[in-house]
Design a protein around this ligand. Structure first.
Ligand code: KG4
Ligand code: ZN
Length: 333
């Protein structure tokens, strides 16, 4: 019954989790509020806050799991992709903890871990399945053939879906991260109030930069006519933007599922917390007879539980790294 300590520090969440034999015993996430004023994550500030949070987060994860440090069999950590300074904090901590306690180290790809979050709990997808991984930095359609055999069949050519949410919210004068706020306002708005273009990109790839520009011009034109346009129409703007982002994502996912003849379809990443996207996938699943896998809210945005579960499957395969490992800002599958 391997007990795995998972560590995540790739962006602006410091997280630690304990997983015993594939069952999650704890998942502690320390969020960083310091970036709100800047409209995006400030890498240097993120690294400093990780440094302050990492030891309390790990202590809390061990205590919540009701295990002792001596029960841990391996340390799994996010090696990349992510902000290098942030990754360095988690990687260095993992190496020091492993050295001090004579434990093996397991390096994890953060994007694979988002997908593998679906193996926490009983409702697990069957291979091969498709996963739409949508976060602040990535937008990917992943063909998942096995735990660590994944192929990106489509991805964004410019901005990520979460970035489109965050940049839109910035245009609307909302704080970072804007995705959850767009979601909140969208619930009270009319998604058909305003029409935004759907980009015509070949295959299963995405583009969100044109959409961002069209939203910017739309807002500038309307604010020029009515300075209160945003305040008066916030809910309708958010609902219309959310609807367009969701249809861009789900149209490509449907195209891929049909082309690959796949019935198990999953969502992952921070944007999978979005209500419109979750409902949209559910409806598509009913229409096409898919088995849909929508992550629990706590496993959508960055968390160490997904690192611990990925670590568990690597542990079973005997796939370890060593003390020479270094973080990678870019880390392909
Ligand atoms: O996976 P994640 O936590 O971090 C990255 O690896 O990037 O994703 C963060 C992204 C942000 O862009 C945030 O605005 C977006 O996920 N997000 C949402 C929602 N919750 C988080 N976007 C739309 N609706 C939400 N409810
Ligand atoms: Zn992420």
């Amino acid at each position: 019954m391997p007990v795995i300590l998972g560590i995540e520090s790739s962006c602006d969440e410091t997280s630690a989790a304990i997983c015993a034999d594939g069952v999650m015993l704890s998942n502690v996430i320390a969020n960083q509020t310091i970036h709100e004023a800047y409209g995006g994550v400030v890498p240097e500030l993120a690294s400093r806050v990780h440094q302050q949070n990492i030891i309390p987060a790990v202590q809390q994860a061990i205590s919540n799991a009701k295990v002792s440090k001596n029960d841990i069999d391996a340390v799994a950590f996010t090696r990349g992709p992510g902000l290098l300074g942030s990754l360095l904090v988690g990687v260095s901590f993992a190496k020091a903890f492993a050295l001090a306690n004579n434990l093996p180290l397991i390096d994890i790809n953060h994007m694979q871990a988002h997908v593998l979050a679906h193996f926490i709990g009983d409702h697990k997808p069957s291979f091969p399945f498709l996963c739409l991984t949508v976060s602040g930095g990535h937008t990917q359609i992943v063909l998942v053939k096995d735990y660590f055999d994944m192929e990106v069949i489509g991805q964004t050519q410019d901005d990520a879906a979460g970035e489109a949410m965050d940049k839109t919210s910035k245009i609307l004068g909302l704080p970072y991260p804007g995705g959850p706020l767009i979601d909140k306002y969208a619930r009270q708005g009319n998604p058909n109030a305003y029409q935004f273009p759907e980009p015509q990109i070949p295959g299963y790839n995405f583009s969100f930069s044109g959409l961002k520009t069209s939203i910017l011009y739309f807002i500038q034109n309307n604010v020029a006519k009515n300075p209160d346009f945003i305040q008066e129409n916030m809910a309708d703007i958010c609902a219309s933007v959310e609807k367009r982002i969701v249809t861009i994502l789900l149209n490509k996912l449907t195209k891929a599922a049909q082309a690959y003849g796949i019935k198990d379809v999953a969502l992952a990443g921070g944007v999978s917390a979005n209500t419109g996207l979750r409902q949209g996938l559910q409806q598509l699943g009913e229409k096409h007879g898919w088995n849909c896998f929508i992550p629990k809210m706590g496993y959508c945005t960055d968390n160490a539980a997904m690192i611990a579960i990925a670590g568990y499957y690597k542990f079973l395969q005997g796939d370890f790294t060593n003390q020479h490992v270094a973080p990678l800002a870019r880390m392909p599958f």
